[in-house]
Each structure stands twice: as structure tokens, then as C-alpha cells.
Design a protein around this ligand. Structure first.
Ligand SMILES: *Cc1c(COP(=O)(O)O)cnc(C)c1O
Length: 379
């Protein structure tokens, strides 16, 4: 579009510090998983209130390992929200188990004890609950319920770095949580992920699972003055993060508090500007926590114009908004999977959109975006 400057939906905040950190890792000669990964694991775990961090190649591979860790097998059912990035459901299929879709609540886009209980069977072995778009699910309620049912709870915290639940960082107290450092999330390593746990035995097993089932890491083997003969204890994976990525991640981690504060300010401003437009309901903090606003979504509730028309109109005016969070059960990859009715999931995925929110978004940008919406509302 000539002359129209496009406002992107998201921009990662990357600076000279990240470039230098990556260059230093390269100059050090150690580019595979090494000391920077170890430091990133320790520092990230501390930030999210977990005992241990195990860096992996993505949140998707982290979710896979979390299910291996919980010994989920073919024949088992794992309850997941359909309303999530498709990786959440796919991870269940990686271990040969069956994803069973639970509906979500309208306000948070998250599964609840009730929506999980509605699809629970005697084959249900675990739940993957998502802190959707950064909005935390009710950890106290879900942890208590899954413990009571005797099933596992994996927390898909891909989007949740910097969110809080019951006054503590999201991830605190999780049996196992998986995080993403894709550029669409708050902090990035290009690609990358982390699994956090409290149990040191879980951490040891996860470190083995991400590195071919080896009982000693390649980094430790190379660092040792004595020859170390590794053993391969089980069939596992190569899901390692590189030291180049971890070097970038360490710098990004320092930016996290500022990024969250700025996103929350911009989100509050959106909420204020949108308040008097009929038919638009912006996402908000739940009663028990605070979102990092990884995704600032707006639900159309009796708006005059359809969601897809709104997206088209915004695009024509230089605003790169996005459709709302996807629903896996509506995708060809999950065609033919029978599922309970998911009315709220379908409503959110069809009738919401995600507005631009990033560190370069200006007040004029916000005024322009809301101005387009206001105009559409009065058509
Ligand atoms: C982004 C995302 C993932 C996948 O993260 P990757 O690091 O890209 O594998 C998984 N789950 C949710 C909810 C996500 O938003």
C-alpha cells in the first residue's frame, strides 16, 4: 500500500545488546548448548518462580517432553482447549495419545474445572491448560481439581512470561510448565522454549530427554578433564537450545519487567478508548491475576460490522490486526475428530480480533486504530 505505513500486530524488542551477546557467544567458540544455556535456565526459572528450568528448542517440543515426563501413552486421553495455537493439541498426538477438546470461558478464553469435568472420562490421564494470550487460568482451582482426580496438569505457559496468578509469577507452583521464546511472545530467542518444574528428579529426566537420553550432557563431557563415557538410558530427542539463543534470551529476560509494564499501560489506554464503543469487549485481567497482554483481543458482541469486515477495513487503513485465537477442532488436521459442542470456543475464534500491541506502538497509532473501529460502529 503506497504511502500507508502499516502498524504491525507485534514487534519483538531486540537491540544492540542482543546482537552483542550473540556475537560474544559465537566468538567464544561454544555455540551449542553450554554455559549460557545453563545460566538462562537458572535465571528464567527464578523469574517465573520455578525450581528448575530446562531449555528446549521450542514450547512445542517442551510440551512433547512434558507429556513424555508424565508417561502419557497411546490409549490415554489428554484434555486440551481447542482454542489455542495448534501446538497444544499436536503435542498430545506426538506421544500417541488422544486429544480431547474442552470448551473455555468467555471472559478469559481459558478452560475451567467445569469445562474439563464435562469431557473427562476414565481414560483421561492429563490436562494441558493454557494461559491464553497471557491471561492466566485459575491455577488454584485447576491444580486442586486435577490432583483430586489423580491426573496430571501441564501448564502451556507459551505466552505467559510476566503474567501473575494469585500474586505470584505465572509458573509458580506448576508441576510442569512449558514456555515459548518465539518472536510473537514477549521475549524471544528467535525460536526456543523452556520447561520449568520444581521436582529436581523431573529436571534431571527432562535434561536427558532433550539430549538423546544421555546420562551426562555433551557440555559437561567436553568440560571434563577426564574422559567421560556417556550412556544412553532411553530413546529420546534432540530438542536442545543453542548458546547463541540463550545469550539473546539472557538479555531479553532483563527487558521483561519493562515490557510487561509498558504493555499493561498501552492495554489500559486501549480499554479506556474502547469503553464507549458499543459491541466491543476488550480482554481484561481476571479476578485472580494479571495478564501480560501478550495478545490484546477484542470480542465483538453485537458489533454492527462482521469480524472479517473489521479486519479488512483495518488492513485497508494500515492496521495489521489478526483474527482471534484459532480453534484446533476447526482445522483440517483435526477433521473427523468427534468433540463435545464447543460454543464458547467457536464464538471467540469467530468473533474476536487481536489489535496491535508492541513497544513501538504510539498513542497516535492507538487513536488511529480505535478511530477506525469507532467509524465502523457508527456505520
Ligand atoms: C506459541 C504457542 C505455542 C508454540 O510455541 P513455539 O515456541 O512456537 O513452539 C504453544 N502454545 C501456545 C498457547 C502458544 O501460543
Amino acid at each position: 500500500m503506497a504511502g500507508v505505513q502499516v502498524i504491525p500486530v507485534m514487534i519483538p524488542q531486540l537491540g544492540e545488546e542482543e546482537a552483542q551477546a550473540a556475537a560474544e557467544a559465537i566468538r567464544s567458540g561454544w555455540v551449542a548448548q553450554g554455559p549460557r544455556v545453563a545460566r538462562f535456565e537458572t535465571e528464567f526459572a527464578a523469574v517465573v518462580g520455578a525450581g528448575h528450568g530446562v531449555a528446549v528448542s521450542s514450547c512445542t517440543t517442551g510440551l512433547h517432553l512434558a507429556l513424555v515426563l508424565l508417561d502419557i501413552k497411546p490409549g490415554d486421553e489428554v484434555i486440551v482447549p481447542s482454542l489455542s495455537f495448534i501446538a497444544t493439541a499436536n503435542a498430545v498426538r506426538y506421544v500417541g495419545a488422544t486429544p480431547v477438546f474442552a470448551d473455555v470461558e468467555l471472559a478469559t478464553g481459558n478452560v475451567t474445572v467445569e469445562t474439563i469435568d464435562a469431557v473427562r472420562t476414565d481414560r483421561t490421564r492429563a490436562v494441558i491448560a493454557v494461559h491464553q494470550g497471557g491471561v492466566p487460568f485459575d491455577t488454584a482451582a485447576l491444580r486442586k481439581a486435577t490432583d483430586g482426580w489423580g491426573i496430571g496438569l501441564v501448564e502451556d505457559a507459551a505466552c505467559a512470561a510476566g503474567s501473575t496468578v494469585y500474586g505470584a509469577p505465572a509458573g509458580t507452583g506448576a508441576k510442569v510448565a512449558a514456555w515459548s521464546f518465539h518472536p510473537r511472545k514477549l521475549i524471544t530467542t528467535g525460536e526456543g522454549g523452556m520447561v520449568t518444574v520444581d521436582d529436581p528428579a523431573f529436571a534431571t529426566r527432562l535434561k536427558r530427554l532433550r539430549e538423546h537420553g544421555m546420562n551426562v550432557s555433551a557440555a559437561d563431557r567436553h568440560a571434563s578433564k577426564q574422559p567421560v563415557l556417556e550412556a544412553y538410558l532411553e530413546t529420546a530427542y534432540n530438542y536442545r537450545m543453542t548458546d547463541i539463543q540463550a545469550a539473546v534470551g539472557l538479555v531479553q529476560l532483563g527487558r521483561l519487567p519493562g515490557l510487561v509494564a509498558q504493555r499493561r499501560e498501552l492495554a489500559a489506554r486501549y480499554q479506556e478508548l474502547l469503553a464507549d464503543i458499543d459491541g466491543l469487549v476488550p480482554v481484561r485481567d481476571p479476578a485472580y491475576g494479571q495478564t501480560n497482554y501478550q495478545s490484546f483481543w477484542v470480542l465483538l458482541d453485537g458489533f454492527r460490522v462482521s469480524r472479517d469486515e473489521v479486519l479488512t477495513e483495518l488492513a485497508a487503513r494500515g492496521v495489521s490486526a489478526r483474527r482471534g485465537i484459532m480453534a484446533a477442532h476447526l482445522e483440517p488436521a483435526y477433521e473427523g475428530v468427534t468433540t463435545a459442542p464447543l460454543p464458547v470456543t467457536e464464538r471467540i475464534t469467530r468473533e474476536s480480533l487481536i489489535l496491535p500491541l508492541h513497544h513501538q506502538l504510539t498513542e497516535e497509532n492507538q487513536n488511529h486504530i480505535v478511530g477506525v473501529l469507532r467509524e465502523l460502529a457508527s456505520r
